[in-house]
Design a protein around this ligand. Structure first.
Ligand code: ADP
Length: 159
């Protein structure tokens, strides 16, 4: 079974990596799909995000990293994926995720969404929190892998 884990990954965090590792145990092949959407005004380009994700997943055999544009269900169809994986943190994620899952099913009823609950150490971790902390040069060692931290330091001009 082929599964897609889509997201912005701006940047990838240990929360994402945790979901990737767990989803890779369930799926035969897991495609991490980087949504390339410049309208969202991302900090990192799709190429930079791909480099981060390739590095942090290099030891997981059945994971592939790809970026995509357009509708997730079209990307899923192209990749012959029947499952979309999404992570759930607090209740605040629920409404948006539920709406997206139902919309995707409406668009393509052969694609199912599976939610994986976050591991509790990553409950409050998000890419936006990381960017806020990095912007003001706080300590975010426990939030992102080293390759991401080094690139954040470049973006936010650490000495
Ligand atoms: P999007 O813009 O699609 O929400 P994100 O990169 O913010 O992209 O998130 C991608 C997916 O990863 C979402 O399903 C989100 O809920 C999940 N996710 C993000 N951070 C965590 C975390 N700390 N624990 C579990 N899931 C997470």
């Amino acid at each position: 079974m082929i599964a897609i884990y889509p997201g912005s990954f701006d940047p990838a965090t240990y929360g994402h990596l945790d979901i990737i590792k767990r989803a890779a145990l369930i799926a035969d092949k897991l495609i991490v799909g980087i949504l390339d959407n410049p309208v969202k005004n991302p900090l990192f380009t799709a190429e930079e995000k791909k480099r981060h994700l390739l590095e942090i997943t290099k030891d997981i055999k059945n994971v592939e990293i790809e970026s995509f544009t357009g509708l997730l269900v079209d990307f899923a169809k192209k990749k012959e994926a029947k499952i979309v994986i999404r992570g759930l943190r607090a209740l605040t994620d629920f409404e948006y995720e539920f709406q997206m899952a139902l919309t995707n099913r409406e668009l393509e009823n052969k694609v199912e969404t599976l939610f994986l609950p976050t591991s509790k150490e990553y409950l409050f971790l998000s890419s936006s929190v990381v960017k806020e902390v990095a912007r003001f040069h706080g300590n975010y060692d426990k939030m992102v892998p080293e390759i991401v931290r080094l690139d954040l330091e470049k973006k936010f001009k650490y000495q």
